[in-house]
Design a protein around this ligand. Structure first.
Ligand code: GLY
Length: 341
């Protein structure tokens, strides 16, 4: 097992890569614990849960709402949960986001941790301390910064992941490599086939290196005042495409990264050759690099982005593979760019 620490403003978070769900009891109190999970994770892994009361929610991005949070608050009240209650989210990004949000707000905040069960949540969603829910279809519009006490990334749980969900995780691993780590990028290029075949050593390196990159950035800028914005590479267009087409997060981020990389080429920051390395890698990982979508709808969604300030948006470009720059780009330029593709 490998451990990586995040020191938040008020709390420390330990990310454990290679630790197992079966050892969860070692990290939580012996009583007064509530588990939050979803129907799928419960079906496969309830047998390995410690014996505490569990709240089971549905699946899918659509349920990541204030309504679902309200249902969980009610269940916690019915269970007579107190300020001393410890909450553990066992699941993917949706379970972890809702758990973090509920735990941070119920009775003004109780202790919490995560067992992260999907590749996407192990490399991104459960790490970093952002916990939020969607509002009126817009992603993570309502939320808090608050670090979980621990995140267990159990690689064994990835064996039951449907392929499309695995691919979503690959997109975020590629993102980390593109913005920060040329060596990781070359490693993914050389091991794409093994990753698709769920080779444990390769997946462990993907999760480990992603968490190292993300936690280092979060340690320097937890509240996203500056540097942390680079983790949004591919997400400005990505979130807008996800909202308008309904495709999975990682696929939308893959398309968003292609658009951001293409803009980096136009601005003479990235060579054509490196642009093609990026698109080839995404294709080798079975991620989309082209898709027909309604450009007007995508731009309308993009205008609601949290990163927009007036007519501009904080946008991440790449200055060669492994280096990113945060710039301000006008909505007009992004509209022109998407129209001209
Ligand atoms: N919890 C996800 C993040 O902080 O980025």
């Amino acid at each position: 097992m490998k451990q990586i620490e995040i020191q938040g403003e008020t709390k420390r978070s330990t990310i454990m890569i290679g630790e197992c769900l079966k050892n969860l009891s070692n990290y939580i109190p012996s009583q007064d614990v509530v588990l939050i999970t979803d129907e799928t994770v419960s079906r496969y892994y309830q047998k390995d849960f410690p014996e505490f009361r569990a709240i089971t929610i549905g699946t899918g991005e659509r349920i990541k709402t204030l309504d679902t949070a309200g249902i969980i608050y009610q269940e916690l009240l019915d269970m007579d949960a107190q300020r001393s209650t410890f909450i553990v989210g066992i699941g993917g990004g949706i379970v972890c986001d809702i758990t973090g949000f509920v735990a941070s707000t119920f009775l003004r905040g109780v202790r919490f941790g995560f067992v992260s069960s999907t590749l996407l949540s192990q490399v991104d969603a459960s790490v970093g301390g952002k916990n939020g829910v969607n509002f009126k279809g817009f992603k993570n519009m309502v939320g808090v910064f608050n670090q979980p006490e621990f995140v267990i990334c159990d690689l064994n749980l990835l064996k039951t992941l449907p392929e499309r969900e695995l691919l979503s995780g690959f997109a975020e691993v590629v993102k980390h490599a593109v913005i920060e780590d040329r060596d990781l990028f070359a490693f993914i290029e050389n091991h794409a086939a093994k990753a698709l075949a769920l080779d444990q050593t390769v997946l462990e390196r993907f999760v480990h290196d992603s968490v190292v990159i993300k936690s280092a950035v979060v340690n320097r800028d937890e509240k996203e005042k500056g540097e942390r914005r680079k983790l949004n590479f591919g997400h400005t267009f990505g979130h807008a495409i996800e909202k308008t087409t309904g495709i999975p997060h990682g696929e939308a981020v893959s398309l968003g990264m292609v658009l951001a990389a293409s803009l980096s080429v136009r601005k003479q920051l990235l060579s054509e050759k490196e642009f093609h390395r990026i698109t080839r890698l995404l294709e080798n990982l079975k991620l989309p690099t082209v898709l027909e979508y309604d450009k007007k709808e995508v731009m309308a969604a993009l205008k609601k982005d949290k990163k927009r300030e007036g007519d501009h948006i904080h946008f991440v470009l790449i200055n060669g593979i492994g280096k990113s720059v945060i710039t301000e780009i006008s909505i007009q330029e992004l509209t022109w760019m998407i129209d001209s593709r």
